[in-house]
Design a protein around this ligand. Sequence first.
Ligand code: ATP
Ligand code: MG
Length: 256
Amino acid sequence: MIRVEGLVKKYGEFVAVDGVDLAVGSGEIVGLLGPNGAGKTTTLRVIVGILEADDGRVEVDGHDVSSQPLDAKRRLGFVPDRPFVYEKLTGEELLRFSAGLRGRVGPEVDRRIDELLELWDLGPWRDELVESYSHGMRQKLILSSALVHGPSTLVIDEPMVGLDPAAARLLKRLLRQFADQGGAALISTHTLEFAEALCDRLEVIRSGTILASGTMEELRRQAATESGDLEEVFLRLVGGIEERRIARALTGDPRA
Ligand SMILES: Nc1ncnc2c1ncn2[C@@H]1O[C@H](COP(=O)(O)OP(=O)(O)OP(=O)(O)O)[C@@H](O)[C@H]1O
Ligand SMILES: [Mg+2]
């Protein structure tokens, strides 16, 4: 349902994404892992059509994102890392607006709005302005706005930010059901526990290229760690920092 082939994205001369291939099928949740600045957000933004690729192809549900952007966007739900929200809308208005942008209005949307607000315990806040929402409440609303039009494909940049443990658990169950019903989800995350618990496959990216792909088990084998500790697997794959360099940074002493 998401197919990315040979994706290249530059900012000026700087190559942020350098030939990425990946695919997410119906029923699958794929995690995009990688250090800060690896190119995760850039890749996701190209997939959802916010940025234009310099090379390569992106298809969402069979629709080319650059030549059929509206068809692709109708099928997509996107949760950005730093969402822009209209502070002067109420929670309910924001969801209605979001559905309307994808051409969805009517009783089905009304019911979905009610259900989503109830699900996230936002019912009592539905008529309050978004500016009065807490960080986690906003995240729940943004997650709802990505689902309100009934997408087949979800792209989520850092879903766990700001969510309390109960909401994080709920999100995992929601995403699992979404995939079990035939949806496809691509999720960037730094939360390794979330990646392990939820993702069917992982793509590890660094400096704009995919370093490793596969199930958690396959990545453990590639990283060849004995303990199989998640953090160690990740750090082996992307490279860590030695204690000496931390000491140098703390003291400013190059001999430390
Ligand atoms: N608008 C921009 N202009 C110039 N360079 C950019 C821009 N956005 C991102 N970059 C650069 O592209 C690279 C990839 O950034 P990106 O935001 O995709 O990383 P990321 O993997 O999402 O990192 P993080 O884990 O910190 O969110 C970084 O080196 C970043 O500095
Ligand atoms: Mg990012």
